[in-house]
Design a protein around this ligand. Sequence first.
Ligand code: NAP
Length: 294
Amino acid sequence: MTEALILSGKTVSHEVYNTLQSQIDSLKSSGCTPGLAVVLVGDDPASNVYVNSKARRFNKLGLFSETIRLPEDIGEDELLSKIQELNNDDRFHGILVQMPLPKHLNEAVIIEAVNPLKDVDGFHPENLGRLTAGRPRFVPCTPKGIMRILKHYNIDPSGKHVVVLGRSNIVGRPISILMSLKQTFSNATTTICHSGTADIPYHTLQADILIAAIGVPNFVTSSHIKEGAVIIDVGINRVEDDSEKGYRLVGDVYFDSVNEKVSAITPVPGGVGPMTIAMLVENTVEAAERLVSG
Ligand SMILES: NC(=O)c1ccc[n+]([C@@H]2O[C@H](COP(=O)([O-])OP(=O)(O)OC[C@H]3O[C@@H](n4cnc5c(N)ncnc54)[C@H](OP(=O)(O)O)[C@@H]3O)[C@@H](O)[C@H]2O)c1
């Protein structure tokens, strides 16, 4: 088999930013700077890295973003009233509550408190419901980014068998819904696997497109995949090594094991990760346009 095509989210994300710039400029010239509020509870190191890179990207594009840092032991009522305040603050067109939250806070209650019109993560049940009904408002950023990568490389899921590993509300479930919608560049036969699936390789070996989103480093190896499959590796896992940082990032797919068997694959880092931020920017710009046009 010839070498796999590397599906670069880095390249596609820059294309997205170039396209968005004119929309951003036109919103700004009409007096509206798209704004995002990021709520960060506690000081989880990985969440800090994500929040900082989101803020850097917003600043770079001339957008407004503010990170609201709240103490680890904040009560649910206090967090809910902070979200209410942000819902009513016109400077913010999007609100993102960084997950995971500390264990004493009920994530579902917090997500439902965000105004669905500002829910740029697309996690609110109203937005997930609209997606399921095929009338999406905000599509969750990581699944939206995956679809955009496939589109860029002209890999059409229509008529293909897509197998998704993982059923989280953030990645696995929404990407399986998007893939199965009756519309162009979807229309796939979709299988979703999880920790209750009896024989994962039985399913993954049938995948024309395999999407791995389980958070288990190097889980998928060449024995899981058929020759010529397309692999989307969503996983971002820290594994310890003897580098200066003390760790490196790896995906859910063992790249070196599958590389020669697949036709195309997203790398980690530089694959799905950059697209998640690009889609967050896109969703925030869309939210601003929607609110401006009433
Ligand atoms: N690239 C990005 O921008 C991006 C964005 C979000 C997440 N991620 C990464 O993607 C990965 C998944 O994230 P997530 O938020 O979806 O994780 P999550 O909420 O922990 O969900 C993991 C899913 O995988 C399933 N699972 C776990 N271990 C399994 C196993 N051994 N066999 C089969 N299924 C298994 C779980 O099954 P059950 O439902 O049965 O528990 C669950 O459905 C993580 O590495 C995360 O860091 C990356």
